[in-house]
Design a binder for this molecule. Structure first.
Ligand SMILES: Cc1cc2nc3c(=O)[nH]c(=O)nc-3n(C[C@H](O)[C@H](O)[C@H](O)COP(=O)(O)OP(=O)(O)OC[C@H]3O[C@@H](n4cnc5c(N)ncnc54)[C@H](O)[C@@H]3O)c2cc1C
Length: 359
């Protein structure tokens, strides 16, 4: 097995550790660990097609699969528990409908987000050895960036645009876009760093949450997991953490046996999802172009969060408190502590908001 991945950087008090690693390295490592478990077997190059219900349709006892090798025929894989962890594109709604179950309610916050990622060679002199830079979007300037150091002395740099503002995928346009951001760090690196990859564009149209916990009827022996329950705007970097927390939720619930597991698991997972969902709602619904349910409480929180982001630019205590919430270490309510509220007020009285630089 390969060497353990350790956090490569932490904040000043050592509480916030961040893995500065690429997705293939992280996933490869997790995969190695999982496949090393004696009772785990992976069937590769294979698609799940649907559920196999019991005669009464009250439970699921397997999944229909098709191997991708030419000439394969559909097979049934029997299981005590089938878990749909097939991500944002999950077909669980269709699978449930096929065996006579209604779909869960769905909440959406549409965001229309575009991102373009590119890798660059990282040099020791870049930004006094800083390991990560986040330039937050704001309703005044719907552009931002995330820059994180990763293995192999690389930066992964993603430029982001919201509601029609979209980073270009060409040399000149990418650089000009970086230059137009509210802070200059990313531009300072990109302007003369060696590119190590092509431009990798992606789009996200909505945060999407399926409320399985509100269903009255659901088959035993089946669960839905991770992005298939709730997928977030990726700029908040929460999806993998939430999936990991749900794994712990499932472990806890399995200790009570499998009777009524779906109801207990979905309720528990919903509580785990509430905080990250609130973070996304308070972040994305600050933008008038985002569509979603804006209660009075959300409007209030959004107005406050916009000011908090301004203060966080200049006040490391506010930035760290936000980082702890964004990393799911503490609840969003902690940002309403009197000490933080005071810093937010002070930060807004003495500092101005970002303005758009011309591209
Ligand atoms: C650009 C971007 C950046 C992100 N950055 C971060 C980050 O920094 N931190 C973070 O925590 N999260 C991040 N996320 C979110 C994170 O990727 C997801 O939340 C996480 O991968 C969800 O895990 P999952 O297992 O539910 O689904 P997925 O990771 O999507 O995995 C689903 C798997 O199921 C397979 N599959 C689908 N259908 C079938 C089928 N019918 N049969 C068999 N297999 C099937 C797919 O091939 C895939 O391998 C980011 C997302 C994006 C798009």
């Amino acid at each position: 097995m390969g060497a353990a991945i350790t956090p490569v950087f932490t904040n000043e008090d050592g509480k916030l550790g961040t893995l500065g690693v690429s997705r293939p390295l992280l996933e490869g490592y997790v995969r190695q660990r999982v496949l090393a478990l004696p009772n785990v077997r992976a069937i590769e190059q294979c698609d799940a097609l649907g559920l196999v219900p019991s005669e009464s349709r009250s439970r699921v006892w397997g999944v229909r699969i098709l191997r991708r090798a030419g000439g394969s025929a559909e097979e049934v894989l029997e299981a005590d528990l089938v878990v749909d962890a097939s991500g944002r594109g999950s077909r669980a709604l269709k699978w449930l409908e096929e065996i006579g179950y209604a779909p869960p309610e769905e909440e959406r916050i549409t965001v229309s987000l575009s991102g373009v990622t590119r890798l660059y060679r990282r040099r020791p002199e870049h930004l006094n050895d800083a390991k990560a830079v986040l330039i937050a979007l704001s309703p005044a300037l719907k552009r931002g960036a995330v820059m994180v150091a990763q293995e192999g002395e690389r930066w992964t740099i993603t430029l982001i645009g919201f509601a029609g503002d979209s980073p270009p995928s060409d040399e000149e346009g990418f650089l000009a876009y970086a230059r137009s951001l509210a802070a200059s760090e990313v531009y300072e690196v990109i302007k003369d760093a060696e590119p190590l990859s092509d431009f990798l564009p992606y789009r996200v149209r909505a945060n999407q949450r399926r409320r399985y916990e509100r269903l009255d009827r659901f088959p035993e022996g089946f669960l839905v997991f991770g992005d298939a329950i709730c997928s977030f705007n990726p700029i908040y970097g929460q999806g993998m953490s939430v999936a990991a927390i749900e794994a712990l939720d499932l472990q806890q619930e399995l200790r009570q046996g499998t009777e009524g597991l779906w109801r207990r698991f979905f309720r528990r997972a919903a509580r785990s999802i509430d905080n990250p969902w609130q973070i996304v709602a308070s972040g994305d619904l600050r933008f008038p172009e985002a569509e979603g349910r804006r209660t009075r409480a959300i409007r209030f929180v959004n107005a406050y969060m916009e000011r908090l982001h301004v203060a966080a630019r200049y006040d490391p205590v506010v930035a760290r408190s936000f980082g702890e919430v964004a990393n799911l270490l503490v609840s969003p309510q902690s940002l309403m502590r009197p000490g933080i509220v005071w810093r937010v007020l002070r930060g807004n009285l003495f500092n101005s908001r970002p303005t758009r630089a011309s591209t």
